[in-house]
Design a protein around this ligand. Structure first.
Ligand code: INI
Length: 166
């Protein structure tokens, strides 16, 4: 039987014309810079133009949600990618920083209807962060970027297929 909609297979992603915002947290910037490089590689692979990418930095992961929801709410972006690294060994308030960051990012996409990707590492130690921010495909920034393109295309397709009924 043929049904409308997408299949479970990974779709061909053409990000040409998509406008993408990136919010990166400076805390643990040796890791976050590698996530950001991965995100840019992922976007380039998907055909997103350099000119269509806007980057903003915030002090730490706790500040990511406000910047992300402000970008998403502006109407200028098809998706927002958030990047950060919360490392348990570095902080006694890991649960608060990581939890509020994740909650705020989910809230940002649900409140605005714009995909906001969670490219924030929440790990026990520096080595786990290094392992997830490598120069190849093992990079959560790259993964978030490809996910941003997939979600932006999906949301745009759903909106154009099923325009809001007044
Ligand atoms: N911010 C991070 O992005 N990662 C961390 O590991 C971290 N630690 O360890 O505390 C961290 N803290 C700062 C926090 O995000 C805020 O910037 C700060 O509390 C000011 O609001």
């Amino acid at each position: 039987m043929t049904r409308a909609g997408s299949s479970g297979a990974m779709p061909e992603l053409n990000g040409k014309g998509l406008r993408i915002g990136i919010v990166s947290a400076r805390f643990n910037d040796h890791i976050v810079t590698a996530l950001r490089d991965g995100a840019l590689r992922g976007l380039e692979r998907c055909g997103v133009a350099d000119n269509d990418i806007v980057e903003h930095w915030v002090p730490g992961a706790f500040e990511i949600p406000l910047a992300a929801i402000t970008l998403a709410d502006s109407g200028n972006f098809d998706a927002v990618i958030t990047l950060g690294a919360v490392i348990r060994g570095d902080t006694a308030h890991f649960e608060f920083v990581a939890g509020e960051c994740a909650r705020g990012i989910q809230n940002a996409q649900l409140e605005t209807g714009v995909p906001v990707m969670f490219g924030v590492l929440t790990v026990d130690n520096n080595q786990q962060a290094v392992d997830r921010s490598g120069p190849g495909i093992d990079n959560k920034g790259d993964e978030a970027a490809v996910g941003a393109v997939e979600m932006a295309l999906l949301v745009n397709q759903i909106k154009s297929t099923y325009p809001t009924v007044e």
